[in-house]
Design a protein around this ligand. Structure first.
Ligand SMILES: [Ca+2]
Ligand SMILES: [Ca+2]
Ligand SMILES: [Ca+2]
Length: 176
């Protein structure tokens, strides 16, 4: 069992710690990475990657370096999964054309994005994300970070709890 730690923007805040059993890392090219039946930390690296967590509570990180134009597809599978699109240092998708598509998000899971910028939530249809159901785009400032597939009703915004400049001053945002 190993720890994955997320640093928030305020160095006085505690690190968020998530545990996993197996680490799987892609290359700089487009990868399709399949997790195990246990808890995985899957990193796509550069390229347009498809990450499949499978069973277990997985941590999915599509990106390699910041400021990439990747479009990654993250599927958590069974378990309660964590999708990481930023930390206290940066938005991982720090380019207008890059983002992560989460295909099977449910409201018990966690999405972590950077909270340094004003966050604007928008729900609208995205033609190139699978089905005809509207998808939810989560942006940090003017940068789209995460697209939650088929989760686009504005009613779903009520599910989201942010801590941007909140009482805990996390500098990261958890949507739960
Ligand atoms: Ca890759
Ligand atoms: Ca897994
Ligand atoms: Ca999983």
């Amino acid at each position: 069992m190993a720890d994955y730690r997320i640093r928030f923007s305020d160095p006085n805040d505690p690190l968020a710690v998530f545990q996993y059993d197996t680490e799987i890392t892609g290359t700089q090219f487009n990868n399709r990475l399949q997790g195990t039946n246990s808890s995985d930390l899957i990193r796509g690296g550069a390229g347009n990657d498809t990450l499949l967590g499978g069973n277990g509570n997985d941590i999915l990180i599509g990106i390699g370096n910041y400021n990439e134009t990747d479009r990654d597809v993250l599927t958590g599978g069974g378990g309660v999964d964590i999708y990481v699109a930023g930390n206290g240092e940066a938005n991982f998708y720090n380019n207008p054309t890059g983002d992560a598509i989460i295909t099977d998000y449910n409201s018990s899971e966690t999405i972590v994005i950077n909270g340094d910028r004003e966050l604007r939530f928008a729900a609208k249809s995205v033609a190139n994300v699978g089905t005809s159901s509207p998808d939810l785009i989560i942006s940090a400032g003017n940068l789209s970070q995460v697209i939650i597939q088929d989760f686009g009703s504005t009613n779903n915004l009520n599910f989201f709890k942010t801590d941007y400049e909140g009482e805990n001053d996390l500098g990261g945002v958890f949507l739960v």
